[in-house]
Ligand binder design. Structure first.
Ligand SMILES: CC(C)(COP(=O)(O)OP(=O)(O)OC[C@H]1O[C@@H](n2cnc3c(N)ncnc32)[C@H](O)[C@@H]1OP(=O)(O)O)[C@@H](O)C(=O)NCCC(=O)NCCS
Length: 153
């Protein structure tokens, strides 16, 4: 992991247009700027971004929420040109530190059963499969794999 080439920090409001651009990178279904702004304003949420150290550009982000001692990952994306540099893995490590500080014991997520890249990423980061929601996603239809990581041990 070339961690020296990226900086991870909490998302700030001025990051939102870049995050919206990245959400739009793969067509329909991404969150709009308005949706991102609403999520940003919601109490109980957490968001991190990764900046490419040479350009200073936001190239990745992770967005989620917390209820009591449980957290859920809503969005995670790395800009196409910056994938396979260890950035998502680094963001998940940064997230884990943040969630432990906030007293979170378990972190959940849902991922398309056909998203092998994400399934491998999360498994490597210590998330285990906990269930399946049949035909949960549309365009295209796909099952949702529910994954969970326990942080309190
Ligand atoms: C999934 C995604 C976040 C991975 O980001 P990334 O920064 O490229 O991932 P990393 O470089 O940290 O990869 C860590 C490990 O995950 C696995 N992995 C990542 N991308 C993979 C791919 N395309 N195919 C197979 N394994 C992959 C590998 O095991 C990798 O380790 P390695 O490079 O040493 O083999 C990125 O591909 C992405 O943004 N995809 C579109 C959005 C998405 O699917 N988000 C997740 C939805 S829940």
């Amino acid at each position: 992991m070339l961690l020296s080439e990226v900086t991870i920090r909490e998302m700030v409001e001025s990051d939102l247009p870049t995050v919206a651009d990245l959400e739009g990178e793969e067509g329909a279904g991404g969150w709009t700027l308005a949706q991102l702004a609403a999520e940003f304003a919601r109490p109980g949420g957490w968001r991190l971004v990764a900046l490419d150290s040479s350009s200073g550009q936001v190239v990745s982000y992770i967005i989620g929420g917390q209820v009591l001692d449980e957290a859920e990952i809503f969005r995670l994306r790395v800009a196409r040109d910056h994938r396979r540099r260890g950035i998502a893995a680094a963001l998940l490590l940064g997230l884990e530190q943040l969630l432990r500080r906030r007293g979170v014991g378990r972190c959940f997520l849902e991922v398309r059963a056909g998203n092998q890249a994400a399934l491998t990423l999360y498994a490597k980061a210590g998330f285990a499969r906990r269930g399946l929601r049949r035909s949960y996603y549309r365009d295209p239809v796909d099952d949702a794999v529910i994954m969970q990581k326990t942080l309190s041990e």
